[in-house]
Design a protein around this ligand. Structure first.
Ligand code: AMP
Length: 278
């Protein structure tokens, strides 16, 4: 379904009949991470709606909007297998018929971690997600912990704006060697793909350090940095250890912390994270 109007009418009818819609927003090029969200949404609701929309508003001018991987023929088969009731494919010119003048800015949470190098990114994300919520009218919407900062921002928006739905955040799905699944992994060359495992390995080492009693974010970040730098194709954008709820920097590891990183492997920017309770 591409029509916003038709999607809205369908959703309104379902809601009026007391049926629940589980919603999974995606940018397509689907993998098992997306499918895990769909399985949960399928299980917990009467209907599963999946959107596939590469949102121009969340890409910076020098980012990969144009070359973001798109593979709808393959996606179609996976969506069929996942038993999606509706696949919503809005067109950019229908979503943004003119330059958007109303934008959703979730303050604070949007300015740290990925927000530092991607100014406006989370404003683009929050705006499109609110638009999609208004069109799809889900009872529950499903997001991945892979994008931990995004999930917190969406939760905050839902709370602040009294949106009538529940947000569910599901664990990161990984390849068998630990690399977090991502549509962008297909940019990696064979050599880069092998080196990319260092993201997960370094996070695991960090968890090991915390579990054996290390409380120093500085020492833990140092270990991660050193491990990642050992790979030829890796360039670190950030390695941060922050409070898992507020995303504020911690000076001692206590309570629930998020260890988050963004690393370029060659020209491909990858993110990953773990949460640890100390
Ligand atoms: P994207 O298509 O990359 O915008 O992702 C759509 C949704 O899938 C977001 O909520 C992501 O957090 C989630 N997602 C992406 N990769 C993974 C993964 N490896 N495991 C779990 N969820 C994921």
């Amino acid at each position: 379904m591409t029509s916003i109007k038709k999607m809205q009418l369908w959703a309104r009818k379902a809601r009026r009949q007391g049926e629940t819609i589980g919603f999974v927003p995606t940018m397509g090029c689907l993998h098992d991470g997306h499918l895990s969200l769909m399985r949960a949404a399928r299980r917990e609701n009467d209907y599963l709606v999946v959107s596939v929309f590469v949102n121009p508003l969340q890409f910076g001018p020098s980012e990969d909007f144009k070359k973001y991987p798109r593979d709808f023929n393959r996606d179609k088969k996976l969506l069929c297998k996942a038993k999606a009731d509706i696949v919503f494919l809005p067109q950019a010119k229908a979503m943004y018929p003119h330059k958007a003048k109303s934008l959703v800015n979730v303050e604070g949470l949007s300015e740290v971690l990925c927000g530092v190098t991607r100014p406006g990114h989370f404003r683009g994300v929050a705006t499109v997600v609110l638009k999609l919520f208004n069109i799809v009218e889900p009872r529950r919407a499903y997001f991945g912990q892979k994008d931990a900062q995004q999930a917190l921002i969406i939760r905050q928006m839902v709370k602040d704006l009294n949106l009538p739905l529940e947000i569910k955040v599901l664990p990161i799905v990984r390849e068998s060697d630990g690399l977090a699944m991502s549509s962008r992994n297909r940019y990696l060359s064979t050599g880069e793909r092998a080196e990319a495992i260092i993201l997960y390995k370094s996070l695991q080492s960090a968890v090991g350090m915390i579990e054996s009693g290390n409380k120093s974010p500085r020492e833990i970040a140092q270990t991660i940095n050193k491990m990642i730098k050992s790979q030829r194709s890796a360039r670190i954008e950030y390695v941060k250890i922050v409070d898992a709820q507020t995303l504020e920097k911690v000076t001692v590891i206590k309570g629930k912390v998020l260890i988050a990183l963004a690393v370029f492997i060659g020209a491909t920017r990858l993110i990953d994270n773990v949460t640890v309770r100390a």
